[in-house]
Ligand binder design. Structure first.
Ligand code: GRF
Length: 192
């Protein structure tokens, strides 16, 4: 069987990248991670990908005239690697039309809140400051908006009385690390 080829996009720590690599290694996710795309040459995730031997495309957006230029390059890289599904995992950038038109319905994102609540940056801090009693994790298809695409999966996290912001972050990350590989596997099994 030919495996589904994934590209993971990350800009930072890469704990979701780690979770996906681990799920593939332990056969919980039947896919091949063909490339890591990273827009931050100083990101921690690069060290992890080096250690794992994941092929990488690392770029500095400042070296390109505009978003259309670097997204054109990304499309080339993804097509060369025959990528089937793009997994945004902490890619801190709004995807533009150049990339979207090639991967619409084949690009998903993870967001640390129950969308449509708390889109955008620091969703965990937003939920914490709002004093809500429940937040969580959303996985959704990517469209041109900020965290607005069709929702695929959600899991709630209860915010206990006296819970610190750090504890909430840990609880949300714990959910992310099982929900993302599991949802990717479901999409693959359904042939989406
Ligand atoms: C995650 O919380 C994810 O929901 C958000 O960015 C964060 C990335 O964390 N989109 P990591 O780099 O995977 O550790």
């Amino acid at each position: 069987m030919i495996k589904t080829k994934l590209a993971v996009f990350a800009s930072g720590t890469g704990s979701n990248y780690d979770a996906i690599v681990e799920a593939i290694r332990t056969n919980q996710l039947d896919a091949e991670l063909t490339i890591l795309v990273c827009d931050n040459p100083n990101a921690k995730v690069i060290e992890k990908a080096k250690a794992n031997g994941t092929p990488m495309f690392v770029f500095d957006p400042k070296q390109y005239v505009d978003k259309a230029m670097f997204e054109t390059k990304i499309v080339e890289v993804l097509q060369e690697a025959s990528v089937d599904l793009v997994i945004l995992a902490g890619y801190m950038r709004l995807v533009g039309p150049t990339l979207l038109q090639h991967f619409e319905d084949r690009m998903i994102n993870i967001h640390p809140s129950l969308l449509p609540a708390f889109p955008g940056l620091d969703a965990i801090g937003q939920a914490f400051d709002a004093g809500v009693k429940v937040s969580g994790v959303t996985i959704h298809f990517v469209d041109q908006g900020m965290d607005t695409g069709k929702i695929i999966a959600q899991e709630a996290v209860k915010i206990e009385e006296n819970m610190t912001r750090e504890a909430l972050q840990q609880a949300i990350q714990k959910v992310e690390h099982h929900l993302y590989p599991q949802t990717i596997q479901q999409l693959i099994s359904r042939g989406e």
